[in-house]
Design a protein. Structure first.
Length: 326
């Protein structure tokens, strides 16, 4: 599913519509009544990790404070003239994910449940599927035929037409109403408030480092692509226990996470695709054969992981194992 940099771009696509009134709605969503959005004013747009939040109020309601800008959002604002409008993932590598994998990931994600005592609230939360996206003033078009050989465009889950004449389109996402964005910006790797100390403490746990990196409590917005790439950049085997790594190694890994995510977002805003070094590759940049495995905690969600055994040597525990059970 889209990772932190993609969600930041989605938020930037929605920001110009803040303050505008919804004139017409459409979409295939059955989780919410899309007609409830008709004639409402888009009050605010925020992103936290892998979730997008849009606030709506009655058209006559006053506008609330704009979403707080992060350092990266201020940089992105200067690139508003970028010709790229779509929100699709731009990864220059073949996509091999199956629908079953996407369904399993959605089932293992932790959706926020609205507080019944507080009512539904006026914030609409978007959680995107594997190929989820946001489009501004354009619809997504089919770039290949489906299994039946038909060229069918993706069906939007939600379409918002505004009085200004512009529109937003949301694809492959789950939506529900909530009272507020329930998120901690100190865990968001693209937030100016990201808490390095807490993230480092999490990385020191005696668990495989690739498990910890996907823990959204400490690394909100960090997904499987970022995980694979930064472990390669930091030359760390994915199953290495964090407690066996030196503090300098963990600091370098965290630096790679922040820098890679920032660079990916910067590239997106300037229409540049991502060119992975290890993700979905058969060879690393040095020409070594890459290994691939499905790794994840016992009873938890397993993710495809790529690593180079030569560039990312294993660090064994005291009993001579890479990780208990391997």
């Amino acid at each position: 599913m889209p990772e932190g940099p993609s969600l930041r771009k989605f938020q930037l696509l929605t920001s110009p519509f803040v303050g505008q009134v919804v004139a017409k709605v459409g979409g295939s969503s059955r989780k919410i009544n899309v007609n409830d959005l008709d004639a409402l004013r888009l009050q605010d747009s925020q992103v936290h990790g892998k979730n997008l939040y849009l606030a709506f109020v009655a058209a006559e309601g006053s506008l609330g404070p704009a979403a707080e800008e992060t350092v990266l959002q201020r940089e992105a604002a200067s690139a508003a003239s970028s010709p790229v409008q779509g929100g699709q993932e731009q990864v220059c590598a073949p996509q091999t994910h199956s629908q079953d994998e996407e369904l399993e990931e959605l089932q293992h994600s932790q959706p926020e449940v609205p507080d019944a005592a507080e009512g539904l609230g006026n914030w609409l939360r978007f959680h995107f599927g594997l190929f989820g996206s946001v489009r501004a003033n354009e619809f997504s078009r089919a770039n290949k035929a489906n299994k039946r050989g038909d060229w069918k465009d993706p069906v939007p889950r939600l379409v918002l037409h505004f009085e200004s004449g512009g529109f937003l389109v949301f694809y492959n996402c789950r939506m529900h109403w909530c009272t507020s964005p329930r998120a901690d910006p100190t865990s968001d790797i693209l937030s100016a408030e990201f808490h390095r100390g807490r993230a480092l403490d999490a990385l020191r746990a005696p668990d495989p480092i690739c498990y910890t990196l996907l823990d959204q409590r400490y690394f909100s917005g960090l997904g499987n692509i970022i995980k694979n790439e930064i472990l390669y950049l930091a030359k760390i085997h994915p199953l290495t226990q964090g407690s066996l790594l030196a503090s300098s190694d963990l600091e370098r890994l965290l630096d790679c996470a922040v820098q890679f995510s920032s660079d990916w977002l910067h590239g997106k805003l300037h229409g540049k695709g991502l060119h992975p070094q290890i993700y979905q590759k058969e060879q690393c940049p040095l020409g070594h054969a890459v290994m691939k495995g499905t790794l994840g905690p016992l009873g938890g969600f397993k993710r495809l992981t790529w690593w180079c055994p030569q560039c990312q040597p294993a660090v064994l525990s005291g009993d001579g194992h890479l990780f208990p059970g391997t």
